[in-house]
Design a protein around this ligand. Structure first.
Ligand code: ADP
Length: 421
């Protein structure tokens, strides 16, 4: 079974084709600058070679048409015809309150995605554009939506409600939703597999630390709390996002700097976080180099980031009543021993102790970096959102149509002798 995974952004589109028998990527690629001059598609083949195609790409329809051409290309493609693709899994940022899991895309699901445009103005319209383009170009192939907030729908009202008048929740659905759900789900499942499976009391704190960062408290595979909120702006300080601030700061800056609400939103999302604090970069590699060269603001930004992560770990340890494992994932969490060391430095109260050598060795690969006697495991787990989306897509189809028993090259997948489309 082959599944195409699409992560469609406003001006970019990432894709992967996965073989679900081996659960590996056959090809992956990125379309950049959709609707802009200098648009291009970069396609990575199974043999590691890279093809770059410059093209006029005015919209998502054209981007998807080009990716279809790339994956069916006789030279560097991985399928002979599109009919070999059994399903498409779409990453969708915001599904609001209605979604509790991944679903087959129907007109109602598309309406739910549209209803969340206001909460996710950059992501949801782009996600829907990707879905519409696929539906148009491969109408017989099942499409599944995998929502970034779905994993967090197990939170209870005391975790997801804000301390504002209840009618704003009722009228506008203002509440915590949480994001990076696919990543938190994937790494918490891997942690359970690495440590011998789920028990009713298996507790993890999962730290997704990248350009966007969030932390989740997870018990027996269910999310109890997460740091991002109604939008991905809340929670940890991030590359360019402020994370938690006193809400009064918004109106204060608006008045002082004579800014519109949209302008404040823009600077909290794009000019804040470690970029705003350091005045140097949103990239932790640049910050580390600058800090090593003695730049005090770069050091301050790194220290503040690590401090915020630590504060959330402490809060979530309180909610979970301890934790069996602390997980580090995403660009920074997977690759930076120094940030892991800094975060773990005062977590001894959890019985947690990391082995400096193992911490140094764990760069972008799965590893338990705690000492043997540590009472809390510390796991570095590279996230794989595309595989999680593909697994969810396969599972949605299995639940709807039963096990795939025949893969018909002409008609696509046949489930329990019934063609699924
Ligand atoms: P995104 O949220 O864009 O998906 P990623 O998960 O790719 O972000 O993480 C990107 C961030 O990870 C970069 O901004 C950089 O700060 C950090 N990062 C990546 N590799 C390293 C590394 N080797 N050492 C330190 N930081 C790294």
């Amino acid at each position: 079974m082959k599944i195409l995974v699409i992560n469609s952004g406003s001006s970019s589109l990432k894709y992967q084709v996965l073989d679900m028998d081996s659960e590996t990527a056959l090809a992956k690629g990125l379309v950049e600058r959709i609707g802009l001059p200098g648009a291009m598609l970069t396609h990575h083949c199974i043999n590691g070679e890279k093809e770059v195609m410059l093209a006029d790409i005015p919209n998502h329809d054209r981007a998807i048409q080009l990716l279809f051409e790339a994956i069916t290309d006789p030279e560097y493609g991985i399928v002979k015809a599109l009919s070999e693709i059994d399903a498409v899994g779409h990453r969708v940022l915001h599904g609001g309150e209605k979604v509790t899991g991944s679903v087959l895309i129907t007109p109602e699901v598309k309406e739910a995605i549209r209803e969340c445009f206001e909460f996710a103005p950059l992501h949801n319209p782009a996600n829907l554009a990707g879905i519409n383009a696929c539906e148009k170009l491969m109408p017989d192939v099942p499409q599944v939506a995998v929502f970034d907030n779905a994993f967090h729908q197990t939170m209870t009202p005391e975790a997801y409600l804000y301390g504002i008048p209840y009618e704003y929740y009722e009228k506008y659905k203002i509440r915590r939703y949480g994001f990076h759900g696919t990543s938190h789900k994937y790494v918490s499942q891997r942690a359970a597999e690495m440590l011998g499976g789920y028990s009713a009391d298996f507790k993890v704190i999962s730290c997704h630390l990248g350009n966007g960062s969030s932390i989740s408290a997870i018990k027996a595979g269910k999310c109890l709390d997460t740091s991002m909120g109604m939008t991905p702006l809340e929670g940890l300080m991030m590359g360019t996002r402020s994370g938690d601030i006193d809400p009064a700061v918004v109106a204060y800056i608006q008045n002082k700097e004579n800014l519109t609400p949209d302008e404040v939103n823009e600077f909290l999302n794009k000019k804040s976080g470690v970029l705003g604090l350091s005045g140097i970069s949103s990239d932790f590699r640049d910050l580390q180099i600058a800090a090593d060269e003695g730049n005090s603001r770069a050091k301050l930004a790194i220290d503040a980031f690590a401090y915020h992560v630590k504060k959330y770990v402490g809060a979530y340890a309180a909610i979970l009543d301890g934790t069996d494992a602390l997980i580090f994932t995403a660009g920074l969490g997977e690759n930076s021993p120094s940030i892991r060391q800094q975060i773990c430095s005062t977590l001894g109260f959890l019985g947690l102790k990391i082995d400096p050598l193992k911490n140094e060795m764990a760069r972008g690969r799965e590893m338990d970096i705690a000492t043997p006697e540590s009472q809390c495991r510390v796991l570095v787990i590279p996230t794989n959102e595309e595989l999680m989306i593909a697994l969810d897509t396969k599972e949605v189809l299995r639940k709807l149509f039963g096990q795939v028993i025949v893969l018909d090259k002409e008609k696509g997948p046949i489930y329990n002798n019934r063609c699924c489309v």
